[in-house]
Design a protein around this ligand. Structure first.
Ligand code: BDR
Ligand code: CA
Length: 310
């Protein structure tokens, strides 16, 4: 079976951690590297969190730290959702893994340039690292097979009424990535809010009883509580893993091509992904935007992933 190559650019983050878990041992995927950005917490914390997850899962995947702030705007974090550490909940053993010395942006450039154009870049945090790489070495654009991102929304936001966290945290970076001329699959809140990790899902995953499932349960303990506090839901939307799951099963997520532009100017709607769902503007489509997901299949994919670990 041909394994799809991917680089996962993330800001762990509870749902980012589950995205790593899905990608780490999937037979159909080859996770080349994990690049980390500031987002849910400071870069120092998100990078440590990526290492903690990789160590817990026993993965050999190299981890590279990248940009510690957005391109233009001031930094924001999501401590209200992911806690003081960015990954509150699990008690991790002391960290033995270390970051690779190379900057994540240099790693992206080096790896993409040397590739045969067969690497998918999955982003589950602010798109700062990829945008910086595209600006520093524009020749990487033609080497990117596809950009698959968790971010945006064609309905409501989750930090402001208009904007979703990953885009709002670095709208200029998202603009650079969306306009790089490469295929973009945007998986936004419209779809990720359908995969609510309700108590019965947590119980189901607990029954798997592997090290990975124990990590999942501990992560969801915190994540579900804060989602309830902030949004009132009985389960947390498991946003980020939908990206990786969509690579594993091409029929999992239904996409609709749309013209998408990031709002970089307005005060109220800064960071909104303006998606021309109905095609009013008559402009060319710039992204495939997720519009639906097979929810039971998604949870089967998560359970299959948990079973691949000790
Ligand atoms: C996104 O924001 C972050 O808090 C999550 O990790 C996810 O990537 C959801 O809006
Ligand atoms: Ca994230």
């Amino acid at each position: 079976m041909e394994r799809q190559k991917l680089i996962l650019d993330c800001d762990p983050g509870h749902d980012d951690a589950v995205a790593i878990l899905l990608a780490g041992r999937a037979p159909g995927l080859e996770l080349l590297g994990i690049t980390v950005t500031a987002g849910n917490q400071t870069l120092e914390k998100t990078a440590q969190n990526a290492l903690r997850v990789v160590q817990w899962l026993g993965l050999d995947t190299p981890v590279y730290a990248g940009c510690d702030r957005p391109l233009v705007r001031d930094k924001i974090v999501a401590g209200n959702i992911h806690g003081e550490t960015g990954l509150d909940g699990p008690v991790f053993p002391s960290l033995e893994r270390t970051l690779r010395p190379e900057h994540a942006v240099q790693y992206l450039i080096r790896t993409l340039l040397a590739s045969e154009g067969d690497i998918t870049v999955v982003t589950t945090g602010p798109m700062t690292n990829l945008a910086m790489a595209l600006r520093l070495e524009p020749r990487i654009a033609e080497k990117i097979r596809r950009i698959v991102l968790m971010g945006g929304s064609y309905t409501n936001g989750n930090v402001t009424p208009a904007a979703e966290f990953n885009i709002l945290a670095d709208p200029e970076a998202a603009h650079i990535c969306f306009s790089a001329g490469r295929p973009v699959s945007m998986i936004g809140l419209d779809v990720t809010r359908k995969v609510l990790c309700l108590p019965e899902i947590v119980e189901r995953m607990a029954r798997v009883n592997t090290g990975a499932s124990r990590l999942f349960v501990d992560l969801m303990g915190h994540f579900c509580r804060t989602q309830k506090e902030v949004f009132g839901w009985d389960g947390a939307p498991l946003h980020d893993p939908v990206t990786v799951a969509s690579l594993l099963d091409p029929d999992l997520v239904r996409f609709k091509p749309m013209n998408v532009r990031i709002d970089l100017r307005s005060e109220q709607s800064y960071g909104r992904t303006n998606c021309d769902y109905f095609g009013y503007l008559g402009l060319p489509a710039t992204a495939d935007v997720a519009v639906d997901i097979d929810v039971p299949r998604f949870w089967d994919i998560v359970e299959e992933a948990l079973r691949r670990y000790e």
